[in-house]
Design a protein around this ligand. Structure first.
Ligand code: GSH
Length: 180
């Protein structure tokens, strides 16, 4: 399938400026290898200095870097700001927006777990054992617990004989003091 990502602001600008264009999509294969050969087989043959996706071909002109592509189109339609002040503000926003986008991409593609997740998982799981309905109104917390339990290493450990579900507390505790 095609996806929006970096090319979408370019599509929007092309549409807004009434520019005719043809799209070419490169789709990677499915998990786990996400085969990218359809792009890599062509990448070095496109005759570009820094081949990348997205790219724009306009006659013999080939442009890469999404912001350079946007600027290329915007210049033709006087959409880069007019005064020195406007252009400077446009440049700042262009780069600020890229930082904003990078943060979002990290969020979407990132795979992060820190030691506090281990503390929170254990603590929330104890509350769930104490009062099974306590997370019913908190979908985000339930999905956090599900996600944690589905991590390969955690799932394996929890299935194994090594995993200790109970007792939670010491013998003198009022709750959680028994091996079940
Ligand atoms: N700074 C570049 C980033 C381009 C980029 O990272 N493209 C990704 C797709 S979103 C890619 O797969 N490029 C192909 C490659 O690196 O060969 C831009 O804004 O266009």
């Amino acid at each position: 399938p095609s996806l929006k990502y970096l090319a979408q602001p370019i599509r929007l600008l092309l549409e807004y400026t009434g520019t005719k264009y043809e799209e070419k999509f490169y789709s990677c294969g499915d998990a786990p290898n996400y085969d990218k050969s359809c792009w890599f087989n062509e990448k070095e043959k496109l005759g570009m200095d820094f081949p990348n996706l997205p790219y724009l071909e306009d006659g013999d002109t080939k442009v890469v870097q999404s912001n350079a592509i946007l600027r290329y189109i915007a210049r033709k339609h006087n959409l880069c700001g007019e005064t020195e002040e406007e252009q400077m503000r446009v440049d700042i926003l262009e780069n600020q927006a890229m930082d904003f986008r990078s943060g979002f991409a990290q969020l979407c593609y990132g795979d992060f777990i820190t030691f506090v997740d281990f503390i929170m998982y254990e603590l929330l799981d104890l509350h769930r054992m104490f009062h099974p309905e306590c997370l019913d109104d908190y979908r985000n917390l339930r999905s956090f617990l599900d996600h944690f339990e589905s991590l390969e290493k955690m799932a394996e450990y929890m299935k194994s004989g090594k995993f200790m579900k109970t007792p939670v507390n010491n013998k003198m505790a009022k709750w959680g003091n028994k091996k079940e």
